[in-house]
Write a protein of this length. Sequence first.
Length: 169
Amino acid sequence: MGRAIDFRPSPFESGRVEASGRFIGGRIYWKLYYVENIFRVIINSVLSVQIGPDWWKLAVDSKIKGKAQRFKQEYLIRPWHTAPGSHEIYYIHLSDLNEIMRANSHLFLPVIPEIDSWIAKIEQLRLPRNIVAHMNFPNKTDRQRISVFYEDSKILVANLPTSLSLRIP
């Protein structure tokens, strides 16, 4: 893959748009995919143990539940599209995942002692993530921030207690 080039500062060429997309997809997007989904798994795993299988009903703010229900309903009325998943956690954004962890941080502490630090890191990732998710081109600092957070997330997963069974929601 070539060097990072945002197609927008140059005169229009469809090939530049494609090259920008290939760069972001091949170097950045997949890291965000990992991060968001690994936190879905971690949240589900911790709260399933701490609260039980109905943790969503008990541990999630009504605004987040409402947002998930609205997004889920959009997919239900258009069944020819791929649904994000069967669990409501797949219908919310990174900021919502972060709020679930913040509101239930006392339940994450036994598993992730530095939970407050993780909540702060996720908040710092929110804007660079949004740049990529909304099909824009992150600058070098944001690309590095995403890469560092991805690497940190892999370390987090590797250091989770072996007693915690990771469960896909």
